[in-house]
Design a protein around this ligand. Structure first.
Ligand code: NDP
Length: 262
């Protein structure tokens, strides 16, 4: 970080949270903590749930113009009276460290991008760092959300994987998952993927973060049965979650570089 600062590159992250959703508050706290640990300047805007859309858009506009802020993140979900798409569209694409803005989504599609959504980026980093070659592999992504499933599939495709995207209308899901060399679960249902749905030796990446009634966190993959079949598997907590935060830090530094040259 010091070396960057000597070159006049000063990353700064603004995190906006609207309302009191407990999970969102934990996520925002973790992001602030990561900034502190990395020496990245950060500003937190905790707005009451009654905040109007106009007030939120005005704040985003102010941050878009603020020189010491290179990255802007609005913690989702926002309260129902605020339109999520309008909010995302208001963020300057060059400061969009979540990579949710349509400009950045399009750039990911064509494979020429500055920012990748943090969670799929974290999954790719885990795959890379583990020395797993995606090329030619059968990759199955369960989940097609804009923030995880779809960009995840695109990133695997850019690495020359043969990608299948599954969702709630997929017929015979088990036949699809059982065929996967690399299986990414982003469903949001605790223990949804069980060992019998996994191919022997497969790489299993669990994106899910689900809070059980006993307050414990668990993933979308039933770890106990899955680990007996998988060649490699990520735990929850402690797998994709911390990688997501690390990728946010990376995107914030990248944003400082992008904004310096804009
Ligand atoms: P969404 O609810 O937006 O999407 C869930 C996806 O799962 C949908 O595409 C849905 O299909 C699909 N699905 C639901 N039921 C089934 C089923 N029975 N069979 C097959 N597919 C199904 O969730 P997100 O993508 O936002 O998040 C997924 C999980 O990842 C959650 O647990 C979330 O907490 C976690 N998460 C973790 C992050 C991290 O940092 N580790 C970051 C972001 C999310 P359809 O489209 O047809 O409805």
């Amino acid at each position: 970080m010091e070396a960057l600062k000597e070159k006049g590159i000063n990353p700064g992250l603004a995190v906006i949270i609207v309302g009191e959703d407990p999970a969102s508050q934990v996520y925002v706290r973790n992001k602030e903590r990561a900034c502190d640990e990395c020496g990245i300047y950060s500003e937190k805007y905790a707005l009451p749930k009654e905040t109007t859309q106009e007030e939120l858009l005005n704040l985003i506009d102010k941050l878009n113009k603020k020189n010491d802020i290179s990255g802007i993140l609005v913690q989702l979900p926002v309260p129902e009276h605020i339109d999520e798409k309008t909010v995302i569209n208001a963020i300057d694409p060059k400061k969009d460290v979540d990579a949710f803005h349509p400009v950045n989504v399009g750039k990911i599609m064509v494979g020429n991008y500055d920012f990748v959504p943090c969670t799929p980026a974290g999954v790719m980093e885990l795959i890379d760092e583990s020395g797993i070659d995606v090329s030619g592999k059968e990759c199955v992504v369960v989940g097609r959300s804009n923030i995880v499933g779809k960009p995840q599939a695109m990133l695997l495709l850019h690495k020359n994987g043969t990608v299948t995207i599954c969702h709630s209308r997929t017929k015979d899901l088990k036949a699809k998952t059982k065929n996967a060399d690399i299986l990414v679960a982003a469903v949001g249902i605790p223990n949804f993927i069980t060992g019998d749905m996994i191919k022997e030796g497969a790489v299993v990446i669990d994106v899910g973060i689900n809070r059980l009634e006993n307050k414990k966190l668990c993933g979308d993959v039933e770890f106990e049965s899955a680990q007996k079949v998988a060649g490699a598997i990520t735990p929850v907590p402690g797998g994709v979650g911390p990688m997501t935060i690390a990728m946010l830090m990376k995107n914030t530094v990248k944003a400082a570089l992008v904004n310096k040259t804009k």
